[in-house]
Design a protein around this ligand. Structure first.
Ligand SMILES: [Zn+2]
Length: 419
């Protein structure tokens, strides 16, 4: 076994703390300092420049592609071989924290600093990168930069996406100076590794800092519109109503019942948006709109859940004499990560004497896009407060971050020396 690398945890932490200040805001709901760094805003631009500066200081060769993804290369002995790529994102949601995405990027830079300090020369190039608009908050499509790189979304389509003010991705890339020249369909890497906070409670519950991610669960989003009939709340008999609000409430309860039934495996169903119209105290609602977010780590069980839901909608519509229209907002199948790289991560964690668990990701990540072009896997790092994320309460302690990036460092080193 080759000697194990240990990253400089204090240097990694100092970088995380420094980047946290770019886009920092005072969060009223929590009383904490949060991070608001939406993609291609001035704050994002400043954070991008800071990361590029760190990359340059580490002696890396930096390039920017046409969707604004940034890559930095540490050359290997054989430049003709495909590189090992690490990456994640530095954009945040409106009420973000200091770790989501950022840990994988700053951790990746720290891995390369550590290789520099140790004087290690690898066979293959190693790159660290960050992808544009992972969160999808500003331009409405998440994993945008990585999806373009993987070929799922065309560059032209991505460039034309606009925010609520009508500003396009292309114009904003130009404005902030990250409209690069490199081909967005980058050279295919030998492997892609992403370290990311878990954003859930499983690792902490198991008492471990590190998770090895088996894949990303399937996601299905629908928007439902229930159309009934408005009528007087006091004079309309109960049995002659077409109450869109009542039907919507039934759908919410049925979604939960489906989860509790166990028939659909580890299904998670959420109605996160529900509105009734006309919204008057004394008027039976004629319309209800709601969204349903379904997640499942099993494609077949997801299909079964969707079919059951469709059947329920049909039945409840007939029962109440209402019309229900459904519009598909998003659907992604389960993405399974590379078993070989998962095995390498497991062996690496064992060599580092770090206990770990294997988990499916409940959230979407750039890795699920890049998995379409090369062998890919992820390392999760435990978070505190139940792994809460997308809030300033998001927190992973320095030890957990250091352990996760140690796994990343040694796995990348092994991959970069594979012939
Ligand atoms: Zn993220």
């Amino acid at each position: 076994m080759t000697e194990l690398l240990r990253i400089d945890r204090r240097r990694l932490w100092a970088s995380l703390v420094e980047l946290r200040e770019i886009g920092a805001y005072d969060d009223e709901a929590t009383g904490l300092r949060g991070v608001r760094r939406l993609a291609l805003t001035d704050a994002d631009a400043e954070a991008r420049r800071r990361c590029v500066q760190w990359m340059v200081e580490a002696g890396l060769q930096v390039r920017v592609d046409r969707i604004g993804n940034v890559y930095a290369t540490r050359p290997g002995r054989d430049r003709s071989l495909p590189c090992v790529l690490m990456g994640s994102h530095i954009d945040t949601v409106v009420t973000g924290g200091a770790f989501d995405g950022t840990l994988g990027v700053l951790g990746g830079i720290e891995v390369l600093r550590t290789l520099n300090d140790a004087g290690v020369q690898t066979l293959r190039d190693i790159e660290v990168g960050f992808f544009t608009e992972e969160e999808g908050v500003r331009f409405g499509t998440d994993m945008l930069g990585s999806a373009v790189t993987a070929g799922r979304i065309t560059l032209d389509h991505a460039h034309k996406l606009a925010d609520d003010d009508g500003k396009t991705v292309k114009d904003e890339l130009v404005r902030i100076g990250f409209d690069g020249a490199a081909d967005e369909r980058r050279p295919i890497p030998h492997a892609y590794l992403e370290c990311h906070i878990e954003q859930g409670p499983i690792l902490a519950g198991a008492g471990v800092d590190v998770g090895i991610v088996e894949g990303v669960q399937s996601i299905s989003w629908q928007r439902l519109t229930v159309r009934g009939e408005a009528a007087h709340a006091g004079t309309t008999p109960i049995d002659s109503r077409h109450d869109a609000g009542l039907v919507a409430a039934g759908i919410v309860v049925e979604a939960r019942r489906m989860c509790d039934s166990g028939e659909y495996g580890q299904l998670r169903a959420t109605v996160g948006n529900l509105a009734v119209a006309p919204g008057q105290t004394n008027v039976i609602p004629h319309e209800a709109t709601l969204t349903i977010d379904l997640r499942n780590p099993d494609d077949a069980l997801m299909t079964a859940a969707e079919q059951h839901l469709a059947g329920y909608l049909e039945a409840v519509a007939a029962e109440h004499g209402v019309d229900i229209a459904s519009e598909r907002m998003a659907k992604t199948a389960v993405v399974a990560f590379d078993p070989g790289i998962q095995g390498l991560l497991a062996a690496t964690a064992q060599d580092l004497s770090l206990p770990f668990v294997r988990v499916m990701s409940g959230a979407g990540h750039d890795a699920q896009e890049i998995a379409a072009i090369c062998p890919t896997a992820m390392v999760f790092v435990a978070g505190e407060h139940g792994g809460i994320s997308h809030t300033p309460r998001e927190y992973s302690n320095p030890g957990a971050c250091g352990n996760g990036i140690d796994v990343l460092a040694n796995a990348v080193l092994r991959l970069a020396d594979e012939a």
